[in-house]
Write a new protein. Structure first.
Length: 89
C-alpha cells in the first residue's frame, strides 16, 4: 500500500498586499552612505571606520554598488586597515 502525502493548503492574499522590492540587512547603512554622498563637495570622500560597519567591507561595498547602480549613481571606494573611503565618481 502506497501512502499519499496530504496536499498542502496555502493561504491567499491580494497582490496589492505583496511587498515589492527588497530591504536587505545592509539597507540602513547603505541608505545612510548614499544620503551622506549627496552632501559631499567635489574632491571630498566619506571616511568610515571599518569597526563601525555592521558587516565586512566587501559585503558593504557590494551592497553599496548595487544600490548606487539602481539609483543611477556612480560611486568609488577604497580601503586601508582602518577605514573605508567612499566618494562620488
Amino acid at each position: 500500500m502506497v501512502k499519499r502525502k496530504k496536499a498542502r493548503i496555502f493561504g491567499t492574499t491580494d497582490r496589492s498586499n505583496v511587498p515589492t522590492g527588497r530591504i536587505g540587512k545592509h539597507h540602513s547603512i547603505v541608505a545612510e552612505i548614499l544620503e551622506n554622498l549627496e552632501k559631499l563637495k567635489d574632491g571630498q570622500s566619506l571616511k568610515i571606520p571599518l569597526d563601525e560597519l555592521p558587516d565586512t567591507k566587501v559585503n558593504i561595498r557590494s551592497a553599496l554598488n548595487r544600490a548606487a547602480r539602481n539609483a543611477g549613481k556612480s560611486v568609488a571606494t577604497a580601503a586601508d586597515e582602518e577605514y573605508l573611503y567612499i566618494w562620488n565618481s
